[in-house]
Design a protein. Sequence first.
Length: 183
Amino acid sequence: MKIYTKTGDKGDTSLIGGSRVPKSHERVEAYGTVDELNSFIGVVRDMPVNKKRQDIFQHIQENLFVIGSLLAADPGKKPGYLPDLQENEVLALEHQIDQMQRELPEMKYFILPGGHPDVSQCHLARAVCRRAERGVVRLNDKETVDAHIIIYLNRLSDYLFVLARFIGREHQVEEIPWKPREK
């Protein structure tokens, strides 16, 4: 099978189910940003500090593939072979967040991203996750999207934020508080 088909050379693409839409369509933007997020999660997964979290990240990446395929499906023509995103996936992220937060100091201020390259990578993934979430919400304003997708992306960004703090703690780097300028 060739990787190129030339069918998108004029700026449109096929959805799962057969419809063709412009590559600038909200649906394509949404699943394209989820794909970008999946790549960023791969970078975070591959950091040596996350060796012990490999299974968690692989599961997150598999969920992002599910989300991407659901978003790439033609509304109303979703094939039966596509999996659904289950509520227990959100609960699994919440469990991971709760576990990490038990070991972290209470947040008393906003923190600036950074302090260590691994922490910064988590914040980059979090920011891309928020962009993906915004894109899915924009799509949902026009066409109904499974609510679990929006909830999952929201919780995944929370997970990535807490993970950034947790990895900072593992690297023994201080969080950098944001201090608003005085007027």
